[in-house]
Write a protein that binds this ligand. Structure first.
Ligand SMILES: [Zn+2]
Ligand SMILES: [Zn+2]
Length: 347
């Protein structure tokens, strides 16, 4: 029996280009930042899912979210893929596994001549009632995000943060609690966590948050009694919980509310200064990204001898990986980072 020919190193077939990561022998890009002929899209956040590609392969939920956000311009052709379903792209076998980040979020796994790379997109390991949990896939190269890749970032249990919110609601029954959260993922997770904590009354939404909630419900994620938080409802909003985009909580829109307690749900709320500078009275450390411990545990679990690190604090994670014999490389991908409203909000 002859020895198997050495598998090609992923750096020979998965490359950084001005359009993003390109799998040349498969003829496709992953989360391309410019319009391309053929894209695999990990999830529907605006920095990963751009409009104008000809053909997009993604999970069914990601395709539905992209359509809701971009309408006709989302793509010309779509290929929904179930978890684990294999497709052949040239000589490359490609499949999706859940990433646990937001509804429909996927990792893209690729195998070419016995060599396997996995692009995780954005991910987290904390359980989230609104999406399927991350599945570790053993591979030769693991491409990871590094949004919270510093030892100071350790996310608390989300249920404890929700308990602090509900305690404040009980303490100030006349005031409106307005919590900033980005529209895709964080909003629906907060709602689901509130429901699980026993809050079965109405949750009031800023108009910008409603469309994504509708897609979640259509995809089978029940969110309960949601109502529009309009000016007319001001009297009804004493003692209520209102969710709004982070950009709206400190502006005129929130000033119309009854003596609001201003909260913000983000991994960045771990940094006191960020909360203070934004006038946030009730910072909630709830993140849809892996924290320092989750990132490191994930590297160990996938067992890749090499990890490529993108959008975040590459150096610290590469250093920590090196101490465990994992070779790290900073992928200088541009155009990723933050969902719709700036870096302080995306986490
Ligand atoms: Zn994301
Ligand atoms: Zn991202």
């Amino acid at each position: 029996m002859g020895r198997m020919a050495a598998a090609p190193h992923p750096e020979t077939w998965l490359k950084v280009t001005p359009h993003g990561l390109c799998c040349a022998p498969g003829g496709f890009f992953i989360d391309p930042t410019r319009a391309v002929d053929r894209a695999f899209v990990t999830h529907a956040h605006s920095d990963h899912a751009r409009p104008g590609h000809r053909a997009v392969a993604a999970s069914p939920a990601t395709l539905a979210l992209m359509r809701a956000r971009m309408g006709e311009g989302a793509f010309q052709e779509s290929q929904p893929l179930a978890w684990g379903e294999r497709v052949r792209m040239g000589e490359v076998t490609v499949w999706l596994e859940p990433a646990g980040h937001v509804l429909g979020s996927a990792q893209v796994a690729m195998e070419y001549r016995g060599s396997r790379a996995v692009v995780s997109g954005d991910y987290k390991r904390h359980p989230d009632p609104t999406c399927d949990p991350f599945v570790p896939v053993p591979c030769d190269v693991f491409v990871t995000e590094a949004t919270f890749a510093l030892p100071v970032f350790r996310h608390p249990e989300p249920d404890e943060e929700i308990a602090r919110l509900l305690a404040s609601v009980r303490l100030f029954p006349e005031r409106t609690h307005v919590v900033g959260c980005y529209s895709l993922g964080k909003t629906q997770r907060l709602i689901a966590l509130l429901r699980r904590a026993g809050w079965d009354g109405p949750i009031w939404l800023h108009g910008a948050l409603a469309p994504m909630c509708a897609v979640y419900e259509a995809q089978g994620v029940a969110l309960g009694d949601l109502r529009p938080a309009t000016v007319a409802a001001k009297a009804a909003l004493a003692g209520a919980i209102v969710l709004a985009p982070p950009g709206a909580i400190a502006d005129r829109w929130a000033r119309r509310l009854a003596d609001p307690v201003v909260g913000l749900a983000s991994g960045w709320m771990r940094v006191r200064q960020r909360a203070k500078s934004r006038g946030v009275e009730l910072p909630l450390v709830i993140s849809d990204h892996a924290d320092w411990d989750e990132l490191n545990a994930t590297l160990d679990e996938v067992g890749a001898p090499e990890v490529w690190v993108t959008h975040g604090r590459e150096e610290a994670l590469i250093h920590a990986a090196a101490q465990r014999g994992i070779h790290g490389r900073a992928l200088r991908l541009v155009g990723y980072g933050d969902e719709d409203d700036g870096e302080a909000e995306a986490g």
